[in-house]
Design a protein around this ligand. Structure first.
Ligand code: 13P
Length: 313
């Protein structure tokens, strides 16, 4: 089914005013009813555009039919919400998402040789553009792990000298860049480590009309790490990207900022606390309600204090 039946917008429509207005549209990942409603409630409260991001693993976990059923039942304003495939690794999965009703797909050919990344990205563009579905591609490689499908133990910065040609040849609508962020909870050895703004500036100069995307942008709020460890968890040395660095990236054409780990931390911290302090609870709705609330609060905080996307709808 086409995404217009679900009142969704493509990401081209959401990212253009973001880049012009100096804010970023958050792409928050979800994988069940609770995480979806946490994000949508945050979007409603803040009047922010939001990209609902679904990884290949999350798509498999929910199943396409249940996922689209939840979207069909959700309430949001026209022009507010995009449904986006995060890190599609093949033409087939991008086509599947597009046919299902997604309004945007990412084809992630970053692990491929550049010529194959270009030809496969272009193949996806030629298909999805027929339905006015947006395409995001990636150049450079991010270190870290998001899920079994998306992980790398190497990091390769995006080469600013080839971005113009890449965008032209692939017909991509937005470009994910590697400037030092990484997927997962272990991003920085020290809080002072800086992103490569010199590279980002060059990229923005070379492709001034292309919205840029920052993956691996969680800041890993330390209050959640502490709470998880206080109530039985064991997470060491988790450290994210400082919000001030994300804000600086947003001022340099980053119009879409991807966040998943922060939501996982908020959700898990609330569950651990609820179960540890209420040992008699066994109704999942009780601890999931708290988890949903905490994740929503974190999304609101990031929309207001990092993305700057509140009141844009
Ligand atoms: P984080 O692990 O920093 O949340 O990044 C998520 C992401 O980039 C999803 O594509």
């Amino acid at each position: 089914m086409h995404y217009s039946n679900f009142m969704l917008s493509n990401t081209k429509i959401l990212l253009r005013p973001a880049m012009a207005g100096g804010y970023a549209v958050p792409a928050f990942n979800f994988y069940n009813l609770e995480t979806l409603s946490a994000i949508l409630n945050a979007a409603t409260i803040t009047q922010s555009p939001v990209i609902l991001a679904v990884s290949e693993g999350a798509l498999e976990y929910m199943g396409g039919d249940i996922l689209m059923g939840m979207i069909a039942g959700a309430k949001y304003k026209p022009g507010q919400i995009a449904l986006h495939l995060d890190h599609g690794h093949s033409f087939e999965i991008c086509k599947y998402a597009c046919d299902l009703g997604f309004s945007s797909v990412m084809f992630d050919g970053s692990a491929m040789p550049i010529s194959k990344n270009i030809s496969e990205s272009r193949r996806v563009a030629d298909y999805v553009h027929k339905f006015n579905v947006s395409l995001e591609t990636e150049l450079g490689v991010l270190f870290g792990i998001e899920d079994e499908n998306t992980k790398s133990d190497t990091h390769l910065y995006t080469d600013p000298n080839i971005v113009k040609d890449f965008v032209k040849q692939t017909k991509t609508d937005s470009l994910a860049v590697a400037i030092g962020t990484s997927h997962g909870a272990y991003k920085r050895k020290s809080p002072n480590e800086s992103l490569r703004f010199d590279i980002l500036e060059q990229i923005a100069k070379n492709i001034p009309n292309t919205p840029l995307v920052l993956h691996g942008a969680s800041n890993i709020p330390q209050k959640y790490v502490k709470q998880i460890n206080k109530y039985g968890g064991d997470i060491k040395n988790a450290r994210g990207i400082a919000p001030s660095q994300i804000r600086r990236a947003i001022s340099l054409h980053v119009a879409k900022v991807n966040v998943e780990s922060d939501s996982r931390f908020a959700f898990t911290a609330a569950i651990r606390k609820t179960l540890a302090t209420n040992p008699d609870i066994f109704d999942p709705r009780k601890y999931l309600t708290n988890a949903k609330e905490e994740m929503m609060k974190n999304c609101i905080d990031e929309i207001q204090n990092i993305m700057g996307s509140g009141y844009k709808i």
